[in-house]
Design a binder for this molecule. Structure first.
Ligand code: ADP
Ligand code: MG
Length: 353
């Protein structure tokens, strides 16, 4: 791998320019000029604006991640719904926002439990909304199992570590198993049928198809109250379709666009984005991990939290290591177990690595 010293690699994701030629860019122009303040949103008159202000919603951005329940109580079902929907549309497309708006928005971050207490604390309380968490590791290390578990956990009540929402699962390796969702749900005393109906599934056949699915996910997001987006695995198609150095730039460009979309959806719907990634041999790594995640620098910059999974000598037990985190100590490790029940704590006394 060659070091990436391009300007692009040095600026944070939010500041990256959008592809002006894309259809999306046209939509962006339209929305950016459309709603500058809360009063510009359709259905918001001075009285409604005042009510929103009292609740602390002073910007269009803050309304995008607003609690629908709270707004419904004050404004009624229809108005609350249309206001939030319009605000979200704008948020999906807006590339810049003020730092004070961004701070407000970050205060709405929530977490989904993984099912294992130690893994939750490694992640600062669970998988975070409004950002991307990447699990990478070799085949069979539990990446897809964590994804399945999260699809059920996101449906749990908030007191139990869920977000009372649904999940969107984009499967690129044909490894999604509804039976497993039902099994995990049963173990959590959830109705398996209901749990399955809250997971919206799509199999991506090519990288273009994968991008198309995400580009058209917004309507599904609101329709099913999606609070978790999974892409398992993120890179597989890109890697197999774009082979060789001469195709690398195009691949990275597409991957970047895809990740931006993912990030924007995660922000607009206050959803957690979870992606999985394969590993490749790192010949330069002598003291460090002998394998690293694929995807190059674009992914490294956009993926906010990266967790490396590996097998332990004990069957069913895996080791998770926090490799990159914007706010937590990197390098910490913990154990988790994959059982019939799903992702679990490792009982004391069995912590042999
Ligand atoms: N229903 C189940 N009960 C117990 N273990 C399971 C079940 N389903 C999958 N596993 C275990 O999960 C592991 C595979 O994890 P997976 O998430 O598919 O790996 P990855 O996605 O990293 O390749 C295997 O060790 C398998 O035995
Ligand atoms: Mg897998």
């Amino acid at each position: 791998m060659f070091p990436d010293f391009s300007l692009e690699s040095l600026i944070p994701v939010m500041m990256l320019p959008v592809d002006e030629s894309s259809e999306e860019a046209e939509v962006e122009e339209e929305y950016i000029s459309r709603y500058k303040s809360v009063e510009d949103l359709p259905g918001v008159g001075p009285a409604t604006a005042e009510k929103l202000k009292k609740l602390g919603y002073t910007t269009v951005e803050s309304l995008a991640t607003a609690s629908m329940k709270e707004l419904t109580q004050v404004l009624g079902d229809k108005t609350a719904h249309s206001i939030v929907t319009e605000a979200r549309k704008q948020l999906i497309s807006i590339p810049f926002m003020r730092a004070d708006e961004y701070l407000k928005f970050r205060s709405t971050i929530e977490r989904i439990t993984t099912g294992c207490r130690k893994l939750d604390s490694l992640l600062g309380g669970g998988v975070e909304t409004q950002s991307i968490t990447e699990f990478y590791g070799e085949f069979g290390t539990g990446k897809s199992q964590i994804c399945h578990q999260l699809c059920v956990n996101v449906q749990l009540p908030k007191e139990q570590g869920g977000l009372e929402g649904g999940a969107l699962y984009i499967d690129t390796e044909h490894t999604f198993r509804p039976e497993r969702i039902a099994q995990i749900a049963k173990n959590l005393n959830l109705d398996p049928e209901k749990a399955l109906s809250n997971v919206i599934y799509a199999e991506a056949l090519t990288s273009d198809h994968q991008m198309y699915l995400l580009d058209h996910a917004a309507s599904k997001m609101s329709e099913h109250n999606i609070r978790l987006i999974i892409v398992d695995s993120l890179i597989a198609h890109f890697r197999s379709e774009f082979v060789g150095r001469e195709m690398l730039a195009e691949r990275q460009q597409k991957l970047e666009r895809h990740l931006h979309k993912l990030m924007r959806l995660a922000r607009a719907y206050n959803a957690a984005a979870v992606v999985t990634n394969q590993v490749m041999a790192r010949p330069d790594a002598f003291f460090a991990e002998a394998v690293g995640p694929t995807g190059g620098h674009i992914l490294a910059h956009i993926s906010h939290t990266r967790v490396f999974l590996r097998k332990s000598p004990t069957p069913h037990i895996r080791i998770a290591k926090l490799v990159v985190s914007p706010s937590l100590p990197e390098g910490s490790e913990c154990l988790f177990k994959i059982s019939e029940k799903g992702i679990e704590d490792v009982e004391a006394g069995k912590e042999r690595r």
